[in-house]
Design a protein around this ligand. Sequence first.
Ligand code: SAM
Length: 225
Amino acid sequence: MRHWTQLGEAAIPGTDQSLFLYKGKDDFFIRVSGGLELMSTRKHGSEDALGRIPCQRLKQTQSARVLIGGLGMGFTLAAVLAELGPKAEVTVAELIPEVVDWNRGPLGEHSGQPLDDPRTRVHLGDVAKLLRHSHRCFDVIALDVDNGPEGLTKRANDWLYSTSGIAAAQDALSTDGILAYWSADPDQGFHDRLRRCGFIVDEITVFAHGRKGARHTIWLASING
Ligand SMILES: C[S@@+](CC[C@H](N)C(=O)[O-])C[C@H]1O[C@@H](n2cnc3c(N)ncnc32)[C@H](O)[C@@H]1O
């Protein structure tokens, strides 16, 4: 039986749900109201891949501009930073202020304190709003705000996976930029939607943890392939 201690609770804006931060024996995890586990410090292979793989495909990484939505436990942010040069700038948009506090506190050591990196900028707020106001400015946009196109925590996030959300992300990308989405499950409808928006799409599956067990889906979308 798993023993855990609740360390924090945060309301999810625009919903009647909350996130709960728990400490286990050697790990931390975040659950949504109702008990569904959203993140864990033990399993982050696919969150790492979401940050690492698109950055590895960039032509230049020295001064790349990257947008991540949202922060979670900071693993995608840490993976992006590890691939980029000293003049890079990484904006991480996070809706829930407490999540940022948890990363500055007990979660930080698990991801290597990426919020302390001078290349990191925290944007407290909805990544969708940021996308709507950005034009040709990001070389990579990596989105992991929910469970995937079939959201778990916030219906308003559906827009990010819609045709107009994809179009806004496309407008925010630089010419050779890469748009990456994380999902717990494959979704052919979403894959087709990305293609209909004019993207060349590479769909990959990655292990959630280690080299066996559950796999997650990452879509890498670019205009020039
Ligand atoms: C599954 S977690 C991200 C995990 C992250 N990739 C990692 O490496 O740990 C989802 C995060 O997105 C945040 N979030 C949800 N909707 C958002 C939105 N619309 N804008 C910004 N952040 C959002 C949540 O509060 C949560 O911290």
